[in-house]
Design a binder for this molecule. Structure first.
Ligand code: ARG
Length: 459
């Protein structure tokens, strides 16, 4: 039976039910709805709306429902209820009869849904935090497995300067650490309790809103009842967190797809995160990574979708806002699985260190070194840059590296070049020369890797 039938004489149409009902997707908030209802029962008992006996009866029935919800035993499929709030109330009335009809005193589904969804989001933030930390761990372990490997660093997808492999891993660790702190930040703002704000104007019953906030694990009650039932910023912020992190994941995926290509051949992905072709027997495609990259689209779409839904809505609650859930729930789920698959990919990743080194060696990545060498000999950088470019040109013509050019070839470019040029053209030397905080030299990279492992273990 609908919660609001009194002033209606006609029935609702089937089509209306299809557009209006949210039970098919908000049933996942059953635990939160019942938890909120327990807090509300306590609050109205304290406000003398319920006798002790009624209070106890409601509590034990709600506890039973809570256990059933946790065990996945609530039968939503058989229900004709509109949403999770009416479902729980109906189930309660089923258990305790008329006393169950007292629970909604002073409460509205508007403050109820705002409370439930905040609780649901909080629970998922916990899960997503773990997922992020898990991916960070996989990146760190992968970096440690290949601590001294060197691979080409790119700009414009052209080989630019070589970097240590863990340096690349740590770049993504930094991004994920920001994703984590963004999530913590959003959590802090969403951590307010709407319950007691009623439909929009607050409630006439003497409810202790701070006690409800404490019981539900919120820090404070929302300060304005109109805002409390209208605000969906917390969902938008989380969608932004998800979108930004998915963008990071898509770049990680893209790097790895490229590293794994036949052309680069830097990595080998394990069988459990790849799939074959129905036609070409030789294929082993990086589908897990491609989906990590591809699922960005829908997550960004959910952020955009809810922004547009919320735009221009008058205060306070409007049914448009029921559209906040499906997109967000999907976004968090996709984010969760992408973080998890990222960790699986990295845990099984094999790096072909020789191939990486070879590519790093071959890209004329030591041209900057030669320019710096000439600067050391007193040549202005702009001129040195030009001379080093000439060395690259000659090496290309001779189909070799700069380090393979003869001294007389090099001296034809500049008489300042002597024998001592060769050591500085060496790959390890030039990488380790970037011995600065945040640089790719072995010392700062090893320090950063160690610090990041320590940071992770303290989380
Ligand atoms: N199912 C609704 C939602 O998700 C619950 C709130 C309904 N409130 C109302 N006044 N119709 O937003």
């Amino acid at each position: 039976m609908a919660l609001w039938g009194g002033r209606f004489t006609g029935d609702t149409s089937q089509m209306f039910k299809q557009v209006n009902d949210s039970l098919p997707f908000d049933q996942v908030m059953a635990v939160e709805d019942i938890t909120g209802s327990i807090a509300w029962a306590n609050a109205i008992a304290k406000a003398a709306v319920l006798t002790d006996q009624e209070h106890q009866q409601l509590l034990s029935a709600l506890q039973e429902l809570l256990s059933a919800a946790k065990a996945g035993e609530l039968d939503f499929a058989a229900s004709n209820e509109e949403d999770i709030h009416s479902f729980v109330e109906a189930a309660l009335i089923d258990k305790v009869g008329d006393i169950g009809r007292k629970l909604h005193t002073g409460r509205s589904r508007n403050d109820q849904v705002a409370t439930d969804f905040r609780l649901w989001c909080k629970a998922h933030i916990g899960q997503l935090r773990n997922d992020i930390l898990n991916l960070i761990k996989a990146l760190l372990d992968c970096g440690s497995r290949y601590q001294s490997a060197i691979l080409p660093g790119y700009t414009h997808l052209q080989r630019a300067q070589p970097v240590r492999f863990p340096h690349w891993c740590l770049a993504y660790v930094e991004m994920l650490k920001r994703d984590l702190s963004r999530l913590d930040d959003a959590q802090q703002r969403l951590n307010q309790s709407p319950l007691g704000c009623g439909a929009l104007a607050g409630t006439t019953y003497p409810i202790d809103r701070q006690a409800i906030a404490d019981e539900l694990g919120f820090t404070v009650p929302c300060q304005n009842s109109l805002d409390a039932v209208s605000d969906r910023d917390f969902v938008l912020e989380l969608l932004f967190c998800a979108s930004t992190s998915m963008m990071h994941l898509s770049r990680l995926a893209e790097d790895l797809i490229f590293y794994n290509s036949g052309e680069a051949g830097f990595t080998r992905l394990s069988d459990d995160v790849t799939s074959g072709s129905s036609l070409m027997p030789q294929k082993k495609n990086p589908d897990g990574l491609e989906l990590m990259r591809g699922k960005c689209g829908r997550v960004f779409g959910h952020l955009q979708g809810l922004l547009v839904t919320m735009k221009g809505l008058p205060l306070a609650y409007n049914k448009d806002m029921q559209e906040d859930k499906e997109g967000a729930m999907d976004a968090f789920h996709q984010w969760h699985i992408c973080l998890a698959i990222g960790a699986e990919v990295l845990n099984g990743l094999e790096l072909n260190q020789e191939r990486c080194r070879d590519a790093a060696q071959k890209g004329y990545a030591n041209a900057t070194e030669l320019a710096d060498y000439l600067v050391g000999k007193g040549i202005p950088f702009r001129t040195a840059h030009d001379l080093a470019g000439k060395a690259v040109l000659i090496a290309i013509q001779q189909n070799c590296g700069i380090e393979d050019l003869s001294l007389s070839d090099l001296q034809a470019i500049s008489e300042h070049i002597t024998d001592d040029v060769y050591p500085i053209l060496d790959l390890d030397y030039l990488v380790d020369k970037r011995n600065i905080l945040g640089g790719t030299g072995a010392a700062p990279v090893n320090d950063a890797l160690f610090a990041a492992h320590e940071w992770h273990d303290q989380q």
